[in-house]
Design a protein around this ligand. Structure first.
Ligand SMILES: Nc1ncnc2c1ncn2[C@@H]1O[C@H](COP(=O)(O)OP(=O)(O)O)[C@@H](O)[C@H]1O
Ligand SMILES: [Mg+2]
Length: 212
């Protein structure tokens, strides 16, 4: 089964053809290298696949529930968050779930304080238990243990987990973003010139990583 099918896709920027008549099928286990001169539209094509750029014509079909991990060419990584939390919070829906859980608990506390009726308290408690189940599900599939395993695999020391993302060099920031992408268990990983900001040892490390 294909992960992704593009059919006769076309896109122009200000009348200039960037992509025309493009058909492409991406299957599981495919490894595809995209090569072309600067300005030929490589980044644009990846952004189309990542749903960050709309198309003028053609059709794109994604496998249902397809998870795409996208490492953009220009990484905008802000500090102010610990490496471990950056990876943990990268899973879509995780932050929202934590927020909802906290809000539901505050609601129950407030309802209890003002002496709300049993029905209302039961409804609120039921909602908290449902949110707790979903949080446990997240914990099982996206555990801190797994985050640490991936960080270690990318060469981080255990003591790096608490470091602020902003303190890291360009190459290590890129590894941090990659760790967050891998943690999300994407079905399809898009890497746009991932070696741009890496020094030679990191490039060697990265090609080994991709081979594995
Ligand atoms: N959002 C945009 N609006 C207008 N032109 C764009 C936009 N994004 C890219 N382009 C132009 O489209 C062409 C392809 O760019 P890009 O996809 O970044 O190429 P590559 O990644 O192969 O270097 C370039 O001429 C670029 O200037
Ligand atoms: Mg590019």
């Amino acid at each position: 089964m294909s992960l992704l099918v593009l059919e006769d896709v076309g896109l122009r920027f200000a009348g200039r053809v960037i992509v025309e008549g493009l058909s492409l099928r991406v299957s599981e286990d495919d490894r595809i290298g995209l090569i072309g001169p600067n300005g030929s539209g490589k980044t644009t094509l990846l952004r189309i696949i990542a749903e960050e750029q709309s198309i003028d014509r053609g059709r794109i079909e994604r496998r249902r529930g397809l998870r795409v991990g996208y490492l953009p060419q220009d990484l905008a990584v802000e500090g102010g968050i610990a490496l471990r939390d950056f990876v943990l919070s990268s899973v879509p829906g995780r932050m929202q779930l934590d927020d909802e859980h906290a809000a539901a608990e505050a609601d129950l506390e407030a309802a209890t304080a003002r002496g709300a009726g049993d029905d209302e308290l039961l409804t609120l408690a039921g909602r908290i238990s449902e949110l707790a189940d979903r949080a446990a599900h997240f914990e099982q599939f996206f555990s801190e243990h797994e985050a640490m395993r991936i960080l270690a695999g990318l060469g981080f020391a255990t003591s790096d987990a608490g470091r602020d993302l902003g303190e890291l060099s360009g190459g290590w920031k890129m590894r941090a973003v990659l760790a967050a992408l891998l943690f999300q268990q994407p079905d399809l990983l898009l890497l746009d010139e991932p070696t741009n900001h890496l020094d030679m040892p990191s490039v060697a490390w990265f090609s080994e990583f991709l081979k594995r």
